[in-house]
Design a protein. Structure first.
Lengths: 876, 442
């Protein structure tokens, strides 16, 4: 009887178990069979569908209509299985979401790299089959780390997991951490599926002050006392007060790891939008590519890449070729200022220096070869050769070519017809007509380039690279010293602004001179790297062919970078030497420098004196390194668990255009008494001077900052920063006149008293608070609040992923929302309000009255700037 | 010739129509939605249906309301700040355009009410709704002082010569009948079609005045200066149709489409002018056009730890139907809603709209960010709240031309003259809109 009873109970339990409903897989109909109301069944089903899969029975209590009693009633009737409907790709995306987010937020500084690294993250490569360059190209991985991994693989020692990777001799903990998310340790089944990424980015913010100054310059003669009209400036003429926002649409497709393609359409702020343009214009302005990458086993494990459309090429230290529009100071090539070497896709916002054509590369462990061909139209500053005030196709020389000054990355790329219309309108007011102006897509540029690298042992290579850019429809022309200032400066009274620094303009490369005439620019170089122990030595030497022999080294303008990187577990040290000749004018060079080309020249300091202020974009958006000679040292040292010396550097250099010498030091010490609290102090000092002590060009800058960061629970973060800056500037005569009267002997009819009286001392401080709150894993808010007092000191601030420069005095706040809506949909939205004061010296009593000196006065102006950004990312 | 004169007169009258923002002189201010939820979510709603007032965007949304009976009452407040600047010139001859000469900040409000009821047999559904809402608001207030050039260097305020003012009141209201029917193919796929028939009725009172001060009368001599007054009364009458469709593609995605054909309203204008003499009242008749608009959008319901709704719309408005000088415009709307906790929604939105612009200045962009939430007050009764912030900058001509003030004795050294488009004003506007609506469902 007992046995029978036991059997019956056992059977009943089995039956009961057998009919238990799995809440993670049951249909709505099945859930409705449970002893609950129809609404409750629907709620249970919808929770799974719209909120989350059930992890335990207690999740039912998160549903408003399910009370404790109902939950207890359901407990024996249901089961919870471990279930997900995400496929491998979606699971991977889930796993690396925070890294994708981080890549997205570094897009501003490492323009275009995010796409490359995202592909690596989504489909990691087998570390045992990766090349030295593959590993070196990963974010924050050093040459020592890359060599350590490759050396181990070369010994046929297979890396089987992350723990195993960490035990690699010579690989730092930091390096291993950075590699781990980008690699697998065994062959993954090929994901022969289509990956689609779509990104919409909308940004509406005001122009930078420097850009505004350039566009707002009124075209009129100096002695013209007639009514000044705002539409005689580019700002007024093109109505840039209501410039359209910057919008970009990007689609990337990838099939497996072999085939890739993409298209980007973007317009910068103030440019005509997609809907306003014709289809042909949109196609011209779009960037696109198709690529094939594969491992060619029949060529001895050789990696093959082929690109059609837009691509990016970077070699060595960036002296010969690194085609980006964006400048980054102190780009050592290590750590956070890394270059992705070799051939990669390009859907970045780079436009002027984009390469468009075909390229391929072959790479194995002993050698690599890259060839690229590009044919594209570039923007350039063009001379009005016939002097008729109209820069058009009539301005060609006896060879039928335009006379170009330089490449230019315009802040706003206006259509050429519109520019011509504006210039004709401005010329009505001018006795000296506009003789220089940027033109969109005016320069036919054909580039053929290549590189051959020999790598006899792991971590050591020698590479030979070069390119020739052929210009079929233009000559680059540089006038001699007597004429060039006349060409650039509108009024002869301002010729004094053509300072010694402007010799950089005189030394630009020309394809047509008194001694030769050609249609190309040619740059060749050699780069190398070798690792000795835990130090990596690298360098690059490049020459621009001017008047020297084609095959002869040392007789042309040249540039050299030598660097070393020493790595210990808690300490690294970078030393770098650079020396770029003034005549080394390679528009594709992005090597290490403190300043971009044309810094401190008339294009930078006195755009208002130019015959056309628009050409100041040659400086404002310059990406090329300035001619400098100097040494740079940088270190990071984790002294102990509490004390870390963050990026600390010393740079001593000379600007070659005028011999100005500078020293810049920055130290950053981080003290963490407990893990959750960081106390940082940063100090920066820079001195600029000439050997001649009497020269007024001396300036000193001191900046001290204290930063307190509290790391709260749930990855929340609260940060306070206070910064105090002091600048001793060179005295500026107009601003340091006699305090009582700006005129000599108080006589308003006299000239300004330009006596140098003292140096200008400026002090400023800045206080900010940043707070990051993670509502959950999907939703994050970041907010910042800042106050500053500039008094002439320019403050800067990193907000989220962009730098903001602040003027005289003000307050700003911003909010950033980062929202993972679904596994494949991400939204980031940002709003910033900035209220500040600025002071302008005005010379005006009424808008339509002639200006006299008596009406000059300082005026306080209150400014309100608002900025909105939206980014949508769909990943399938 | 007569015809051309008439057109010029009508055009000059139309240009004086204004609302909230003094820029919306042709159209008045469109009020897109009275739903605080929709407002908080960037005014998305082409594939909506979570709020009764969504049906003003797409009438087929009525079929997707969760409950059979819905009643909504809505109230909104708009704070418009208008800063006007004139061009100035700095030391290097470049002009700066942030010297504000007038600042006006005013609050306006509107109310709407609606109700709907659904009959359904499971497969077929039929919903009827009625709604009252203003669709165009003409309210505006603008004040400006004209001061002379005396004593400004001595840190004192120069005396006031005249006070200028603009005041607009009124709206075009829609009395709508909305119908929507739906067909459910199965538990998931559902198609709904909707129609709105709106009777439009409205009026606007507009007044523009220049009043000289006692100081000016004394300075210029008694009896020399005359105040200026312009008054107009507009009446509008017409019909508007809107068609919409909504389709539930699957459990996660719904697509919506709405089409509003051009609506032409009859407009009658009575105007009155006083300056040196009192002019006789003028009467005119004309058309007021609501341009064709097409809107499409989606609602996406992903799996998210905070129950989430994501919506996105696009809209095209054919302003060129009003005048060939106006640009057609596009707008993008993005919104998201998360339920933090059981009943507390967090709504966030973004909107990019363009105003129609004109031949001189082109379309004007206006980005908006928004946020909102809701509070259950009682069973079936919810209070929704939202806030929107928008900003835009544009150029325009001086509202009160300077030559009017050119009289002997008023100015020390200058002679005021009119400015044209060669030296226009810059206007910076900010809109802060707070919207509340009380929803009862049953």
């Amino acid at each position: 009887m007992k046995r029978l009873l036991f059997t019956i109970i056992f059977a009943a339990v089995c039956i009961l178990n057998a009919i238990q409903i799995d809440l993670n897989t049951a249909s709505l109909q099945e859930i409705k069979t449970l002893p609950i109301s129809e609404q409750q069944a629907k709620d249970i089903y919808e929770y799974r569908y719209y909120t989350a899969f059930y992890k335990s029975i207690y999740d039912l209590r998160k549903i408003p209509s399910i009370d404790q009693e109902t939950m207890l009633k359901l407990r024996p009737l249901v089961e919870i299985s471990h279930y997900t409907d995400l496929d491998d790709t979606e699971l991977r995306r889930e796993e690396i979401y925070y890294l994708l987010e981080r890549l997205g937020s570094s897009e501003g500084t490492q323009e275009g790299f995010a796409d490359v690294w995202e592909d690596y993250l989504m489909t990691p490569h087998n570390v045992n089959k990766m090349s030295y360059n593959d590993i070196l190209n990963l974010p924050n991985v050093s040459p020592i780390d890359a060599a350590a991994v490759i050396k181990r693989i070369a010994l046929q020692d297979t890396i089987i997991d992350y723990r195993n990777l960490r035990s690699t001799s010579g690989l730092s903990h930091y390096g291993a951490t950075n590699i781990r998310n980008y690699v697998f340790y065994h062959e993954q089944p090929a994901q022969q599926k289509l990956f689609i990424n779509y990104q919409l980015r909308y940004e509406d913010k005001v122009f930078e002050d420097d850009t505004k100054t350039l566009y707002k310059e009124i075209f009129r003669d100096k002695n013209d006392a007639s009514v000044r009209e705002s539409d005689h400036s580019y700002w007024g003429y093109f109505n840039l007060s209501q410039a359209s926002p910057a919008v970009s649409n990007k689609i990337r497709l990838r099939y497996g790891n072999d085939f890739k393609a993409g298209i980007l359409y973007s317009n910068q702020k103030g440019e005509s939008t997609f809907t306003e343009n014709t289809f042909a214009d949109n196609l011209d302005d779009a960037k696109y590519y198709a690529a094939y990458e594969s491992q060619l086993d029949f060529l001895g494990n050789t990696r093959f890449k082929a690109y059609l459309g837009n691509y990016r090429v970077t070699f060595g230290e960036g002296l010969v070729m690194e085609n980006t529009d964006y400048y980054s100071s102190r780009k050592t090539g290590y750590g956070f200022s890394k270059r992705i070497l070799g051939l990669t896709e390009d859907l970045s916002r780079t436009d002027e220096y984009a390469l468009k054509g075909a390229a391929f590369s072959l790479e194995n462990k002993y050698s690599s070869f890259t060839f690229y061909y590009s044919q594209d139209k570039k923007d350039a500053v063009i001379y009005d050769l016939n002097g008729d005030g109209i820069i058009d196709s009539n301005d060609k020389d006896e060879d039928g070519k335009y006379q170009a000054v330089s490449y230019v990355t315009s802040s706003v790329r206006f259509d050429n017809d519109d520019l011509r219309g504006a210039e004709a309108y401005f010329n009505e007011n001018l006795s000296k007509k506009i003789n220089l102006a940027p033109r969109k897509d005016i320069l036919d540029e054909t580039i053929i380039g290549g590189r051959w690298e020999i790598s006899p042992i792991v971590g050591t290579h020698v590479g030979f690279s070069g390119y020739q850019a052929v210009y079929d429809n233009a000559h680059f022309v540089v006038f001699d010293q007597a004429d060039i200032a006349e060409q650039f400066i509108r009024d002869s009274a301002d010729l004094g602004k053509w300072n010694m620094q402007s010799s950089e303009i005189q030394n630009m490369y020309a394809t047509k001179t008194d001694s030769y005439k050609r249609n190309y620019r040619q740059v060749v170089g050699i780069d190398w790297r070798t690792n000795i122990g835990n130090t990596s030595f690298s360098g690059e030497y490049a020459e621009l062919s001017v008047e020297g022999g084609t095959m002869k080294i040392g007789d042309d303008p040249s540039a050299i970078v030598l660097s070393s990187f020493t790595q210990f577990e808690n300490f690294n040290f970078i030393s770098l030497f650079r020396n770029y000749d003034l005549g080394f004018d390679n528009p594709y060079s992005r090597a290490f420098s403190e300043h971009e080309k044309f810094d401190d020249t008339v294009l930078d300091k006195n755009p208002h004196t130019l015959t056309n202020p628009l050409i100041a974009d040659m400086f404002l958006n310059s990406a090329q390194a300035q001619a400098e000679r100097g040494v740079y040292f940088e270190t990071r040292y984790r002294i102990n668990n509490y004390l870390t010396l963050n990026r600390t550097y010393l740079d001593i250099w000379e600007r070659l255009s005028d011999g100005r010498r500078s020293v810049r030091f920055q130290g950053d010490l981080d003290y963490r008494p407990i893990y959750a609290l960081s106390l940082r102090t940063k100090y920066k000092n820079q001195v600029n001077r000439y050997d001649d002590d009497a020269d007024r060009g001396v300036s000193k800058t001191n900046e001290t900052a204290g930063i307190v960061t509290a790391y709260l629970s749930n990855r929340d973060r609260l940060q306070f920063e206070y910064r105090y800056t002091k600048v001793w500037g060179p005295p500026y005569p107009y601003l340091t006149n006699n305090a009582e009267s700006p005129y000599v002997d108080d006589d308003p009819s006299s000239n300004y008293d330009t006596t140098v009286q003292s140096q200008v001392l400026m002090k400023g401080d800045f206080l900010k608070i940043d707070f990051t709150h993670n509502v959950n894993d999907n939703l994050r808010f970041r907010t910042g609040l800042g106050f500053w007092n500039g008094h002439g000191v320019s403050h800067w601030d990193w907000e989220d992923m962009e730098i903001d420069f602040m003027g005289m005095q003000g307050l700003k706040y911003w909010v950033l929302l980062q929202n993972k809506i679904a596994n494949n949909l991400y939204v980031s939205m940002r709003f910033r309000a900035k209220h500040y004061k600025t002071k302008e010296l005005e010379m005006r009593a009424w808008w339509n009255e002639p200006v006299t000196d008596n009406e000059a006065y300082f005026r306080n102006i209150n400014m309100d700037d608002y900025a909105v950004r939206l980014q949508l990312d769909w990943r399938f | 010739m007569k015809k051309i004169s008439l057109l010029i007169v009508i055009a000059s009258l139309i240009i004086n129509i204004c609302a909230y923002s003094l820029f919306e002189d042709q159209s008045g201010n469109y009020i897109h939605s009275f739903s605080a939820r929709t407002s908080a979510m960037g005014t998305t709603g082409a594939a909506g249906g979570q709020s009764l007032f969504d049906s003003s965007i797409n009438p087929s949304n009525l079929s997707f309301l969760e409950r059979d009976f819905n009643a909504d009452l809505s109230l909104n407040f708009v704070n418009n700040e208008d800063d006007r600047s004139i061009p100035l010139y700095n030391f290097f001859d470049s002009y700066i355009d942030n010297a504000t000469y007038s600042n006006n900040s005013n609050i306006f409000n509107n109310t709407a009410v609606g109700a709907s009821y659904r009959l359904s047999n499971g497969t077929f559904g039929f919903t009827a709704g009625m709604m009252y809402r203003p669709i165009i608001d003409f309210s505006s207030i603008y004040d400006e002082q004209v001061r002379n050039d005396a004593s400004s260097d001595a840190d004192t305020y120069p005396p006031i010569l005249a006070k200028n003012a603009i005041k607009g009141e009124g709206s075009i209201d829609a009395y709508s009948l909305m119908l929507s029917s739906s067909y459910s193919f199965n538990e998931i796929n559902k198609l709904a079609l909707g129609l709105e028939l709106a009777f439009l009725d409205g009026s606007q009172d507009y007044k523009k005045t220049i009043n000289w001060t006692e100081f000016a009368h004394t300075a210029a001599g008694q009896g020399v200066l005359n105040d200026s007054l312009y008054k107009a009364n507009y009446n509008y009458d017409g019909l508007m149709f809107k068609l919409g469709a909504n389709y539930n593609l699957n459990r996660r995605l719904r697509l919506g489409f709405a089409f509003q054909p051009k609506a032409t309203l009859d407009m009658t204008v009575k105007s009155h002018k006083e300056f040196d003499i009192i002019y006789p009242e003028e009467k005119l008749e004309g058309d007021y056009i609501l341009p064709t608009s097409i809107r499409w959008g989606l609602t996406y319901l992903p799996r998210n730890p905070f129950k989430t709704t994501f919506q996105m719309d696009m809209e095209y408005k054919k302003y060129s139907e009003i005048s060939k000088f106006y640009d057609d415009t596009y707008a993008v709307f993005v919104g998201m809603e998360h339920y933090i906790g059981r009943a507390m929604p967090l709504r966030l939105g973004f909107k990019h709209e363009q105003s129609f612009g004109n031949a001189e200045i082109g379309a004007i962009s206006m980005p908006t960010v928004s946020a909102g939430t809701a509070f259950p007050i009682a069973k079936n009764l919810v209070l929704n709240i939202s806030g929107e912030f928008s900003t835009r900058t544009y150029e325009c001509l001086d509202l009160f031309h300077d030559s009017f003030y050119d009289h002997n004795g008023l100015w020390r050294t200058i002679k005021p003259k009119d400015r044209g488009w060669e030296n226009p004003d810059k206007v910076e506007e900010q809109f802060l809109k707070v919207q509340t609506n009380l929803s009862y469902t049953w």
